[in-house]
Design a protein around this ligand. Structure first.
Ligand code: AMP
Length: 227
């Protein structure tokens, strides 16, 4: 596989969290998920967590300066040789530019940006019926992709229950999809122009989508080796 870090992009409900966790388990990446970091701050009761929640609960993005500062701090703890799967970051062009600077500062590079494509109808179905494993955080959709054994995680055998995420009410979900269109679409164009963006269908089982991503990374590695 080509060296360097990866960015996993996609609208809310596209499965980027699930797939980046898979990359951690199967390919040795470290996941850097800004949504998870904000939720961890919130459950620890930090000022940052409380501030982030005021935006998250409305389906808005946390301001760039706060988000980038948190990412910079997390990056400082990750050894340079460990590859990172960025999940949910960058979400704005300013964050994408900041990521370029941060990676350079740390002597890191971006291998690819993978975009999970999922039709809007399917996203709405998935987001309305989300369930999460409380042990490994794998996300399921009870309507579209339930665990094979009800209530039991396919991945680690942990308990799976309906997610009580405060940002998953129908109004907030709608807002999150709108914000994605206005703020994050331009990031797709930003990476497309650089020639690093790869689109992958995010429809199918977790394993099917995972296999597509792995194949794509292998192809990129082969192409690099042939150069
Ligand atoms: P996620 O778990 O990635 O769906 O993120 C949940 C929420 O956290 C988002 O709806 C935003 O409010 C906030 N958030 C996560 N990542 C970012 C980011 N890169 N920039 C701004 N806000 C973010």
């Amino acid at each position: 596989m080509a060296e360097g870090d990866l960015v996993l992009m996609g609208p809310p409900g596209s499965g980027k969290g699930t797939q980046s966790r898979r990359m951690v388990d199967e390919l040795g990446f470290v996941q850097l998920a800004t949504g998870d970091l904000f939720r961890a701050h919130l459950s620890q009761g930090t000022e940052l967590g409380k501030l982030a929640q005021t935006y998250m609960s409305k389906g808005q993005y946390v301001p760039d300066d706060i988000t980038v500062k948190m990412v910079r701090e997390r990056l400082a703890d990750i050894p340079r040789k460990t590859r990172i799967a960025f999940d949910g970051f960058p979400r704005t062009v300013a964050q994408a530019q900041a990521l370029d600077r941060l990676l350079k500062e740390c002597g890191r590079s971006l291998a690819a940006v993978l975009l999970l494509d999922v039709p809007r109808d399917e996203l709405l179905k998935r987001l309305g019926t989300r369930a999460t494993c409380s042990r490994c955080q794998t996300v399921y959709s009870l309507a579209v992709r339930p665990p094979k054994v009800p209530g039991v995680c396919d991945h680690c055998g942990g308990p799976v229950s309906a997610t009580a995420r405060s940002d998953e009410s129908p109004e907030v979900v709608k807002k999150r999809l709108e914000v994605y269109e206005t703020e994050t679409r331009p990031v797709i164009e930003y990476y497309e122009k650089r020639g690093v963006l790869q689109r992958v269908s995010g429809v199918g089982t977790m394993d099917e989508i995972g296999a597509r991503l792995t194949m794509l990374l292998d192809r990129r590695k082969a192409a690099r080796a042939a150069k």
